[in-house]
Design a protein around this ligand. Structure first.
Ligand code: NAP
Length: 556
């Protein structure tokens, strides 16, 4: 520990206002970032809006909330002890269990002492004179740090999308957004409930609400492909084996394409005889989970190949949903998995229930919310509860909720929205914003991978980088404009070589009115990405400006 760091620790914790690093968010990202930097001897403070750890999993308590990554891969892998001490109960972890896991991690690593809960960062401005980030909190306090790190994720409670539908303020029932769900239990028994939205959240909530509600009306704009999760309890033998294979599983996750062991198939769907292909898809459907997307190498890059799996999935909807009129409304037409793919438990089966009505908003759009319910161009539906499963202003939204300003007062929002869209270097930093790091931000694998793996990549890289800067007496690190130009171009080229950009989704920004369109995710694969960022670090942080002897005044 340096003399400088010791000085921080000498001061009473609640009086400290200047840290080496400030991190926003106590979810997967913030917890690991805190641990990593603290272990290296740096003073760190995490600010968290919630009253507990968990990030998105703290807020998303809607009925049926569960993760689409298998539990044994949806955890940290940086510590063998942590990995082996925790035991998941089922194949896909439910929200409450993930929250318990993150609380276990926070306790086990004694992280809470450096987290300030119930606190929001409102603004973070880079002070060039003192080479510090000045950070304004919602309680009026100002703190500062040399490094400012965001762990807000791509989907945040601060950036939920509640569509501006006329009349919501006059609704006499209760309404909720899935991503900001109340902590007390909502009793749907005997109630008339409406759900708007059929993305991951809606698809999970709809079957669970349908079991309780007197009547459920689903307001669907875009029909959805979903694959059965085939969730089940995990048996002890399987868990033991997984723990024994910890090192190999970690290696495979980190070197893989998507953050799970196993890579994409190496054959084209189009070279396969149709009957074999059908068997492959049937087997993947029976196994459940997201593996069907990886059965052939060209599902995400070739329209005809994608059509083979999309046709298969549409045939499953026809098989499950008995009423032809209803399954007609449920038929998706976009290229499978170009919206973030979804797993379900009894989603399509739910439309066979007598207490469920499906409203096709493409045929009869919403006109307004009335005091008694919701009116489309065709009918009014009386409701006691209205659930917005309408998603988020994703990727950039959580960052734009904070007034982040770099050199010369340049605002991140202005920089990225000024017709130029997002520009980052490696998805980790952006020119004009020295000593600023983004965990799983735009132009990194983030949401199109198994997110904890993406987080570990970033936290480890940032931690190593800060250590390097410290060891080499570097005062500032900043992405070079030409390096970020090249990275953004590369991300776009990779995305354009796939089918992702052919579909409107929250990934392209299409769900938010007036949001500039793009595809700010690096989809070259998580293993490949790690190689790239590690090579850049090994070359002394190529593409970054490192300033060693900047004249900085000390900040009192
Ligand atoms: P989402 O995928 O963006 O889905 C939002 C849904 O609301 C879509 O069906 C959308 O229709 C509809 N919608 C939005 N605005 C509307 C409007 N004005 N009128 C009518 N319908 C409207 O949001 P989400 O389901 O919350 O999921 C977001 C992301 O969170 C997921 O993709 C995933 O990354 C993550 N997530 C993961 C899990 C999990 O792991 N199981 C669970 C929940 C969330 P359009 O498609 O027509 O826009």
């Amino acid at each position: 520990m340096t003399a400088n760091q010791q000085q921080f620790y000498k001061i009473e914790k609640n009086q400290v206002t200047n840290f080496e690093a400030i991190v926003i968010g106590a979810g997967f990202s913030g917890l690991y970032m805190l641990n990593r930097l603290r272990e290296a001897g740096f003073s760190v403070r995490v600010y968290e809006k919630g009253n507990g750890v968990g990030g998105a999993w703290y807020w998303s308590r809607y009925p049926g909330a569960r993760c689409d990554s298998e539990s044994i891969y949806y955890n940290y892998t940086f510590s063998e002890e942590l990995y082996k001490e925790w035991t998941w109960s089922s194949r896909y972890p439910e929200q409450a269990e993930i929250l318990r896991y993150l609380n276990f991690v926070a306790d086990r690593l004694d992280l809470r002492q450096d987290i300030q809960f119930n606190t929001e960062i409102k603004a973070a401005h880079y002070d060039e004179t003192h080479n510090l980030w000045r950070i304004d909190l919602n309680d009026g306090t100002c703190v500062s740090a040399k490094y400012f790190i965001t762990g807000v994720g791509c989907l945040s409670v601060n950036a939920t999308n509640v569509p501006a539908i006329k009349g919501l303020d006059r609704f006499e029932g209760k309404w909720y957004h899935t991503g900001a769900w109340p902590h007390e239990k909502i009793d749907f028994k005997g109630k008339r409930v409406g759900v708007i939205g059929t993305g991951s959240s809606g698809v999970q909530a709809i079957p669970v609400i349908a079991q309780k509600a007197e009547h459920l009306t689903v307001f669907q704009r875009t029909p959805q492909y979903t694959i059965p999760a085939r969730n089940r309890p995990l048996d002890l033998e399987f868990i033991e084996k997984t723990k024994e294979n910890y090192s190999e599983i970690r290696r495979q996750m980190h070197e893989s394409f998507g953050g799970f062991p196993g890579n994409r198939g190496d054959r084209s769907a189009l070279e396969e005889p149709p009957e074999n292909r059908q068997s492959v898809y049937e087997a993947a459907w029976e196994a459940g989970g997201l593996a069907i997307r990886s059965t052939y190498k060209d599902i995400m890059t070739n329209e005809a190949a994608n059509n083979t799996v999309s046709d298969f999935l549409r045939s499953k909807i026809r098989e499950i949903v008995q009423d032809p009129e209803v399954h007609g409304k449920l038929m998706p037409t976009y290229f499978f998995a170009t919206k973030r793919p979804v797993l379900d438990t009894n989603y399509f089966e739910t439309y066979n229930r007598k207490n469920v009505t499906l409203v096709d908003l493409r045929k009869s759009p919403i006109e307004e919310i009335t005091p008694k319910g919701l009116r489309t161009t065709e009918a009014e539906y009386e409701l006691d509860f209205l659930v917005f499963a309408t998603g988020y202003d994703g990727v950039t939204g959580p960052l734009f909720k904070i007034d982040i300003r770099g050199k010369d007062g340049l605002s991140l929002k202005e920089k990225w929205e000024d017709g130029a869209l997002v520009k980052t270097y490696l998805g980790l930093s952006t020119a004009g914003f020295p000593n600023f790091f983004i965990i799983t931000g735009p132009e990194s694998p983030s949401v199109l991978s198994n997110v904890p793996v993406a987080i570990e990549q970033h936290v480890e890289w940032i931690g190593d980088c800060i250590q390097y800067l410290h060891d080499h007496g570097v005062e500032t690190i900043e992405a070079k404009a030409e390096a970020e130009e090249a990275w953004s171009k590369h991300c776009k080229e990779v995305a354009d070589s796939t089918l992702y950009t052919k579909t409107d989704s929250w990934l392209t920004g299409a769900n938010i009115a007036d949001k500039p369109r793009g595809f700010p995710i690096y989809i070259g694969g998580i293993g490949q990405y790690r190689q790239i960022i590690d090579e850049i670090a090994a070359k002394g942080y190529e593409g970054f400006s490192l300033v060693t002897h900047q004249k900085t005044k000390s900040y009192q």
